[in-house]
Ligand binder design. Structure first.
Ligand code: ATP
Ligand code: MG
Length: 501
């Protein structure tokens, strides 16, 4: 990169931001050139989101200098940031759920007729055009509440692109996207880069970073550790910079005996989502569920535990039928679902971490075991919070995910359904989560695991069911599990994948 000749698009110099009791960003220098994709990496809580939220005008009390196109600017509000051409796609989505896709997409620049009335036809037309950039074909009049998290993610990106930013920040944009969607997003990012945009890309996903980034900056404990050309680093050296020391390799596989069946799913059908699904889950077993996004994995999981409707068939837990459409009653009976959508229905962001951790505890437990249970979860999941009394919303994204898991574990489930359990968590935290899941099944509980992280699915599962277009099309035994086999299976090529393993 000929940075000596080019004027940087963005330069932050000695930037700091303090929250009560902690310095989240500590004297960071960060520079992005026009036509560059610059990855920002670091462990959960390293300060990545905070650094970029400073740029997006979330805080009026940062210190340090920000230059855009060489000119010093002060950015003390989101409006000021937009004026400077900064567009940010947030880690936690910011769309208004009860409002239509179209109005969300064009918020702040709604088309008017005669300067007075909302021009609905134009609104829909422009919304469709904005979405088609990302290959999205949704009814613009649907509300955000009616679409899936990965669709909402794409709408969010379309919204930010619609403001034609010159500096684009993407904070973990792919955590709920399928491989195909990620590839489409990368095409768009490359196109924007070629047009000279400066792009900041935050991700925990190393292969993605190596695929898309030109340079990478690593933060640790709020400080900048290094900025490197992507060709100067390896996945291993990057991880070492992030964690500040040695990284252990670890084996996920375990040899635990599998016990009697605990969960029977029989001919379960929800019209339009999945059809005639039957399987058995045994005590001490981790059963993986593979499939492409849209295959019906989340829908199946939600229906079988009573969160969403069922049209035919049913689920039995330890021989007793579960209630249709009464999730709380089913939780009390021993089945818990860890949501794939933390923001939507996972945590109470304005309540303390403690309250969240204890929110799903079985009734009849006193407050006394609560305190020690909270301490135990904080320790075993390495949850980084200023204090257990801090609001869950003040934790970094990855740490919120760990609180969510802690809450589900505290429900003491006999069957735990995990839907994307390690979304947005860093390497070490992921390992902590995997170990907690293995400890849980070793006590005789059973786990149904949905994950787009194929090494995770292959490494943790005892066997994997393959769901395609709402139907179970086969099963892979542990010996056949590999990343490649799972990918082939999800695409309907079961025969090929036995060869691949
Ligand atoms: N609104 C807030 N109030 C108090 N502390 C906060 C707030 N937002 C962030 N923090 C703290 O600042 C630190 C940096 O958090 P940040 O969200 O920037 O991390 P991150 O690098 O984006 O992590 P992740 O990979 O988990 O998203 C964390 O310790 C977090 O708890
Ligand atoms: Mg973050």
């Amino acid at each position: 990169m000929a940075s000596a000749l080019l004027q940087s698009a963005l330069s932050m110099e000695g930037v700091s931001k303090r929250f009560p009791g902690m310095l989240a960003v500590d004297g960071v220098d960060f520079e992005v050139m026009p036509g560059e994709v610059h990855a920002l990496m670091g462990e959960n809580g390293a300060g990545k989101s905070t650094l970029m939220r400073i740029l997006a005008g979330s805080f009026d009390d940062y210190t340090g200098l920000i230059r855009i196109g060489g000119r010093e600017v002060s950015i003390h509000s989101p409006a000021a940031a937009r004026e400077q051409g900064i567009g940010m796609v947030y880690q936690e989505l910011s769309l208004a759920r009860p409002i239509s896709i179209a109005e969300n997409l064009l918020a702040g620049r709604l088309p008017a007729r005669w300067g007075m009335f909302l021009d609905r036809r134009r609104l829909q037309r422009e919304a469709r055009a904005a979405m088609s950039l990302l290959g999205l074909d949704l009814d613009p009049l649907k509300t955000i509440g009616e679409i899936s998290p990965h669709e909402a993610q794409l709408v969010e990106i379309a919204k930010v692109l619609g403001n034609h930013p010159c500096i684009l920040v993407l904070d973990e944009p792919t955590s709920s996207l399928s491989r195909e969607e990620v590839q489409r997003l990368f095409e768009i990012i490359r196109g924007l880069r070629n047009r000279g945009l400066a792009i900041v890309y935050i991700s925990h996903h190393l292969p993605e970073v190596f695929e898309i980034a030109d340079r990478v900056t690593v933060l640790r404990d709020g400080k900048k550790i290094a900025t490197c050309d992507i060709h100067e680093v390896t996945p291993h050296s990057l991880v070492r910079m992030m964690v500040g020391g040695h990284v252990d390799e670890y084996a996920l596989r375990r040899e635990a005996p599998v016990g009697d069946p605990v969960l029977h799913v029989e001919h379960l059908t929800r019209a339009g989502f999945f059809h005639d699904v039957s399987f058995t889950l045994r005590a001490g077993e981790i059963l993986g569920l593979a499939g492409l996004s849209g295959a019906g994995r989340t829908e199946l999981a939600r229906s079988l535990c009573g969160l969403d409707p069922v049209h035919h068939g049913g689920t039995r837990l330890a021989g007793v039928p579960l209630a249709r459409n009464d999730y709380p009653a089913n939780v009390a009976r021993g089945i818990t679902y860890l949501t794939e959508d933390r923001k939507r229905d996972g945590l109470f962001l304005r309540l303390p971490v403690t309250t969240n951790l204890l929110a799903a505890m079985p009734a009849g437990r006193g407050a006394a075991p609560g305190a020690s249970l909270v301490e135990r979860r904080l320790r075993e999941l390495a949850i980084a919070a200023a204090s257990p009394e801090a609001d869950a919303g003040t934790l970094s994204g990855g740490n919120q995910q760990k609180v969510l898991l802690g809450k589900c574990l505290n429900a003491e489930p006999r069957v735990l359904i995990l839907d994307e359990p390690t979304r947005g968590v860093d390497v070490n935290a992921k390992r902590g989560i995997h170990e907690a899941v293995v400890r849980l099944v070793e006590t005789g509980a059973a786990v149904l695991l949905i994950s787009s992280d194929l090494p995770e699915l292959a490494g943790l599962s005892d066997r994997v069911l393959v769901l395609r277009k709402g139907r179970l099309i086969g099963e892979l035994p542990r010996e056949a599990l590999s990343e490649e086999a799972l990918l082939l299976a999800a695409n309907g090529q079961l025969e090929a994948c036995h060869g691949a393993a």
